[in-house]
Design a protein around this ligand. Structure first.
Ligand SMILES: Cc1ncc(COP(=O)(O)O)c(C=O)c1O
Length: 391
């Protein structure tokens, strides 16, 4: 019988350091399969690093095979993977990833922000990639344990955090486009600075329908590496035009979909004269961003203007810009959180987007940060979604 899920229970420890930390949350009724091998030589932590370049001392790995199901999760010293050269993730891109952060609050406690939404998105990416199902709460518990072990890596700052990168790859050791019979789920962690320092710097976007990020029936709503690798060429063309990111358009009516790797929001007076915060609907070509969902939740609670998931086209945007009906435009995502948009280069014209006041962007950035670091409770996220790592 194939074991369908792995379990974070029945925790065993190999190696030494800090037993009090390790045993702190083990209770006998939780059978832990998790094996922990601590690094004998923890690295010194750099003061400041470029995002994604310095990783913590440990990683989580969980192997799966069709014949044996999920193996015991393992937290072990960070290190290289050994992969078969025919490995299906390398040849056919059968893989996916996630991205979330752990924040240290003023109270010193560590919090994940709505991690269940990342687990849900990861499960849906896995289904689309024909990778095996996993138990979302068990994986989250393993991640929580990894973060707990690496807690000293979480910056003591409101403006920096530890980035968590769950990754799931097909490790089928034979050629042929087929469901992998072997897979590896792993999680690595690295320090992440803040975009707050540059919050006033609005980004410029290049909008050209010649490239498409995602399409109906495709996999643009999943976090698969192929979606990102394919976007690189357009990103460099955007830079040739002096822009920082691509504004991804879709369809004959040039729908505005996403900005770079961020969801997009428009705060404007709409065609009916109503004040509205709008973002494109999750119709299969938009990545269901955790930040996007949180912005919708928060602004709907403000109840100060219409908050809509609706289509927005370049024609509508251009006409609103001409008629000065645009208040602000911004991208959203875990990395940048809220990123104001200042210019859009479109059809040979550099469209100026108002971003001086940053009324909504700064208010949202403040509110989101406060929730993330635990300085403020938010009924919806706080009650059911925020995990306190050091609980
Ligand atoms: C294409 C794309 N859109 C939007 C987002 C924002 O998602 P989130 O808010 O979950 O980080 C991301 C980042 O994961 C992304 O890669």
């Amino acid at each position: 019988m194939v074991q369908a899920t792995f379990s974070a229970r029945r925790e065993k420890i190999k190696g030494q350091p800090n037993p009090s930390l390790i045993f702190a949350r083990v209770s006998s009724h939780q059978a832990a399969d998790l094996v922990v091998q601590l690094s004998p030589a923890p690295k010194s932590k750099p003061a400041e690093v470029d995002f994604g370049s310095v990783f913590t001392d440990h990683m989580l790995t969980v192997e799966w095979s069709l014949t044996e199901g999920w193996q015991a999760p393992l937290i072990r010293p960070f290190g290289n993977l050994s992969l078969h050269p025919a490995c299906s993730s390398l040849h056919y891109g059968i893989q996916l990833f996630e991205g979330l952060k752990v924040y240290r609050g003023d109270d010193g406690r560590l919090r994940l922000f709505r991690p269940t939404l990342n687990m849900k998105r990861m499960a849906s990416s896995a289904k689309r990639a024909c990778l095996p199902a996993f138990d979302q709460s068990e994986l989250l518990e393993c991640i929580r344990r990894l973060v707990e072990i690496e807690q000293d890596w979480v910056p003591h700052s409101n403006s920096a955090s530890l980035y968590i990168r769950p990754t799931f790859i097909g490790t089928e050791p034979s050629l042929g486009v087929k469901k992998p019979a072997r897979a590896l789920l792993y999680v690595i962690l690295c320090q992440a600075g803040s975009y707050f320092d540059t919050k006033n710097e609005a980004v410029s976007l290049w909008a050209d329908p010649k490239y498409t990020r995602a399409w109906k029936g495709g996999s643009g709503d999943c976090k698969m590496g192929g979606n990102y690798g394919c976007s690189l060429f357009a990103q460099y063309e955007a830079e040739d035009y002096g822009c920082q990111q691509v504004l991804w358009l879709y369809g004959d009516d040039q729908q505005i979909t996403e900005a770079g790797t961020m969801n997009i929001f428009l705060h404007w007076i709409n065609e009916d004269g109503e004040e509205e915060l709008a973002t494109p609907p999750l119709d299969g070509i938009i990545l269901p961003g955790v930040t996007r969902q949180s912005i919708l939740d928060i602004t709907r609670e403000w109840n100060e203007f219409l908050v809509s998931e609706r289509y927005l086209t370049m024609a509508q945007l251009c006409s609103a810009l001409r008629q000065q009906r645009v208040r602000e435009m911004f991208g959203s995502g875990t990395a940048a959180m809220i990123c104001p948009i200042g210019h859009i280069f479109y059809q040979g014209e550099n469209l100026h987007v108002p971003c001086q006041d940053q009324q909504i962007t700064s208010r949202l950035a403040k509110e989101l940060t406060d929730i993330q670091v635990g300085a403020r409770t938010h009924a919806r996220t706080q009650k059911t979604e925020v995990n306190d790592v050091s609980r």
